[in-house]
Design a protein around this ligand. Structure first.
Ligand code: ACO
Length: 431
């Protein structure tokens, strides 16, 4: 068993070591401040374990991603989104009875009530869809206060219903945002349709003409959602945990997670990739100029869809999605010039020393936009799809926080670097 100690001046402090089930090691610094007066400084928490979690294992150096022990490539091949959501939330693959029960709960809780529909009307037609999604998901706490009491014990008792409601309604709200913005009448969910087919029905049906999803289209959407279902302590999931740690209910915590996901360095990257590919196409460039600009080091010129805060080898989801992208487009008979540009960009970057030396590889967002485009989803809705997919992971993480009897409110520290104490200057004496 490894041990650790910290030497400060002449004094040595032993620090306990925690080892995870996959051998991940951590130095337990929980008592550091109390015993030494020091805190650990780790801007952005890149080296900080904020929790113990049994949901997802990620080894960024070796491109490993497993949910509850199951490798992502096996889930992508054999499972579907709803089953994977169950696995992530409840810890085990469901048996047939549990799968049926979970599916039924999702189907029964798909609709958005008439009173809630009025909220949509308060938004401008061109409001950012993620801003709408975050607000409307937050409003679930107001519409279902019995499931959102801000009391861990009570909220855990109604967790199964709240979780199913969140997964199912986030999808319905997503489709309604799309239709609201297009000025189209809402299409209500159909109980008999599976999860992804139902979403596509609500997005693309016409009042007297049901949209019937091609099996390839439903399969591609299923895969996209499954690949986004959880990803360990990323910015949005950690936000859910942070908010949840104050005993805030599931819906409120999810709304905060959706807001965190909206940024272009996180969930918004899929939109940014598409905008990048489109402008390369419009400018008639082959990507060379974008690559050159990306190497300047400026944050605003980054090659979107490249690099990842934890994967330093490859993003296993990007491998699966890159292949799925080819398959879907072939099956649907679509030839997308943006796919050609993406491939060219990828090949060029993978040969370029700037990207190779910094271990910058395509991430899940690099190809996901091309699949969504093929399905008919507009670019401004891409991050909403990501948010729908990510709900199970966020829900599972909220539950871990709520169910932890030893849990504490999340409260990081800081190193203050502002002005030292000074006296108030009256207005008349200020220059
Ligand atoms: N294009 C060009 N250069 C890059 C890129 C990129 N996409 N990503 C990182 N770099 C460079 C940085 O400028 C830095 O260079 P330097 O060492 O010369 O200063 C080096 O690579 C390391 O960059 P960091 O900022 O330390 O990388 P970090 O791990 O903090 O950031 C991030 C990861 C935010 C994902 C970054 O790679 C990025 O901005 N990528 C583009 C946006 C994107 O695709 N985001 C999606 C992430 S996946 C997800 O959330 C689903």
């Amino acid at each position: 068993m490894a041990t650790a100690s910290l030497k400060l001046d002449d004094k040595e402090y032993p620090l306990p070591v925690i080892v995870g089930t996959e051998g991940e090691k951590a130095i337990d610094t929980r008592k550091l401040r109390a015993e030494t007066g020091y805190i650990a400084y780790d801007q952005g928490y890149g080296n900080t374990g904020s929790c113990e979690s049994a949901i997802t294992y990620l080894d960024g150096d070796n491109g490993v991603l497993r949910h509850r022990g199951y490798p992502i490539d096996q889930l992508a091949q054999f499972s579907d989104y709803v089953e994977t959501a169950y696995l992530i939330i409840y810890g085990e693959l469901p048996n047939p009875a549990k799968r049926k029960e979970f599916g039924l709960l999702l189907r029964k809780n798909a609709a958005v009530e008439t009173q809630m529909q009025k909220i949509f009307e308060g938004f401008p037609k061109d409001a950012p869809p993620m801003a709408m999604l975050s607000s409307i998901v937050g409003s679930l706490a107001a519409h279902y206060p019995q499931l959102a009491t801000n009391n861990f014990e009570k909220d855990l008792k109604t967790f199964d219903l709240a979780a199913a409601m969140a997964i199912s309604k986030i999808r319905t709200i997503g489709a309604m945002i799309y239709r609201y913005q297009k000025g189209l009448p809402y299409i209500f969910p159909k109980q008999e349709l599976p999860f992804c087919e139902n979403f596509l029905h609500m997005m693309f049906s016409e009042p007297y003409k049901d949209y019937v999803a091609e099996p390839e289209v439903a399969k591609a959407l299923n895969l996209l959602l499954l690949l986004h279902a959880d990803h360990e302590q990323n910015c949005s999931t950690s936000t859910v945990r942070m908010v949840g740690s104050s005993a805030a209910n599931l819906f409120t915590s999810l709304s905060a997670g959706i807001s965190a996901l909206s940024g272009p360095l996180h969930g918004g990257a899929n939109t940014a990739v598409m905008q990048m590919l489109q402008s390369i196409h419009d400018e008639g460039d082959d990507g060379t100029r974008f690559i050159a600009a990306a190497k300047s080091g400026s944050k605003s010129n980054r090659l979107m869809g490249f690099g990842h805060p934890v994967y330093r080898n490859f993003d296993p989801r990007a491998k699966i999605i890159g292949k799925a992208c080819d398959d879907v487009l072939k099956k649907l008979g679509i030839k997308d010039p943006l796919l050609e540009i993406a491939k060219h960009l990828e090949q060029a970057a993978l040969k370029d020393d700037y990207f190779v030396s910094r271990k910058l590889y395509p991430n899940v967002d690099f190809y996901s936009g091309i699949i969504m485009r093929a399905i008919g989803i507009p670019t401004n809705m891409f991050t909403v799809i990501f948010a729908i997919g990510r709900a199970p992971g966020e829900i599972a993480n909220w539950r871990e926080v709520a169910a932890n009897p030893k849990g504490r409110i999340y409260r990081p520290r800081q190193v203050y670097v502002g002005p030292v104490k000074r006296d108030y200057v009256p207005m008349t004496q200020r220059t």
